[in-house]
Write a protein that binds this ligand. Sequence first.
Ligand code: KG4
Ligand code: ZN
Length: 339
Amino acid sequence: MKILGIESSCDETAAAVVEDGRKVLSNVIATSLEEHKLYGGVVPEIASRRHAESISGVVKEALEQADCSMDDIDAVAVTYAPGLIGALLVGVNFAKGLAFASDKPLVPVHHLRGHIASNYISGSVKPPFLCLVVSGGHSHIVAVKSYTDFEVIGKTRDDAAGEALDKAGRTMGLAYPGGVSIDKISTQGNENAFKFPKPKVSGSPYDFSFSGLKTSVINTVHNAAQKGEDINVADLAASFQKSVVDCLISNLEKVAVDKNFCKIVIAGGVSANSKLRAEAKSLCEKHEWELYIPELRYCGDNAAMIASQGYYEFISGVKADESLNAYATMPIDEIYKKN
Ligand code: KG4
Ligand code: ZN
């Protein structure tokens, strides 16, 4: 079964064709990242306009590269939540038009479920497993009970890990996205040079909080500037990255031990982080757990992961009609209901 996936939740306009949820036949991505760099973050209006300009060419290219026409496609899967609303609407409306013009089923896909599925196109993992999903907008520890059954066990109370890395990177004067810049520059830094407080989260032992860490790094930079002192950015970046990764890994370990998971998966844009990948490996080696990590090309936003998850949603009976809407926020465990 061939699924055409469409993704436009942030600044990537993407389309892909995936066979039976696992085999990527094409994966095309157009990004407006360079324009957003000028502003130090994604400008929603620019992202929406670029999606509107690129989407039909990107979809056409994805079909061509997969050597397909719409006749060969069994369903159209599209990210409908969560994300920037104007950006999502471009993909949703395009997918609706295409699905109904070509008389194909339309399958709504939750963006974070898509990130988890980036592991289905990267390797052989099958649910059940425990997944740390870390992106620019979300930090979740999710029990993936089946391809379509999710339980959130831990989540951030404030900033997502990617958001904290991006804001810290900006304060350090690094290029957007800060997460990518921090990862790069950290290889030259001493991660023990700066000490940051370990965030305390009352209530659930599995939840995260990154806003205190972020404020702490901002204060460090501002205090140094006020005193006219130079700061070693590589040391600061490496130390901050270590603190963020320590929080992610220690909660992941707690959940896995308490809930008896021995199959661990990471996903989302931040899963490209070299420190997080290395620490996840050490953690799983220590406990002799299986670890699955997406290929780097599938860590960031792409449509192959949406087509993959779309396949599993479709065979479980999820289908939308022309009333499908886009939503800026939506819990990962929410079951799709027609309007
Ligand atoms: O999943 P994603 O591409 O988009 C969202 O769904 O948000 O994640 C984007 C986030 C950004 O915060 C970016 O800084 C972060 O992923 N990111 C990284 C790395 N690559 C992307 N963070 C740390 N290290 C990286 N190598
Ligand atoms: Zn994403």
